[in-house]
Design a protein around this ligand. Structure first.
Ligand code: AMP
Length: 112
């Protein structure tokens, strides 16, 4: 079954798109935890960080490039932000289609 993010990129479920190319897309998180909270998502359905392989290198690099571009475009690259990919239960992963959280725009609490 298609993940919720695949349904979003196929426009079956609405979302606020920020970016899209052949490999990745970015949307606003529906439940933001900071002033800015975006998700950068590969079109390929990779379930967890554990499932990333070397053949995904370009896609993963593209995800980071899009994430940093979004931070710059939204004016919080210099003040700082957090890039997070949760993995499995203890990591708090809820959607099993990898995604990079881009969180910023205000002072974030210490996580580790
Ligand atoms: P994670 O816990 O790392 O799997 O994160 C899943 C994220 O997806 C959460 O921050 C949710 O708020 C977000 N999310 C779930 N459904 C949607 C949706 N329909 N549109 C945008 N963000 C969503």
């Amino acid at each position: 079954m298609a993940s919720i993010f695949t349904k979003i990129v196929q426009r079956e479920i609405p979302a606020e798109f920020l970016y899209e190319d052949e490999q990745v897309f970015a949307i606003k998180d529906i439940n933001p935890v900071a002033t800015h909270h975006f998700l950068v998502i590969p079109k390929k359905e990779i379930a967890t960080a554990n499932d990333v392989s070397k053949e995904d290198s370009e896609t993963i690099a593209n995800m980071y490039a899009v994430a940093t571009r979004l931070a710059k475009d939204h004016g919080f690259a210099d003040s700082g932000y957090r890039l997070v990919m949760n993995c499995n239960e203890h990591g708090g992963q809820e959607v099993f289609h990898i995604h990079l959280h881009v969180i910023g725009g205000n002072q974030l609490g210490s996580m580790v």
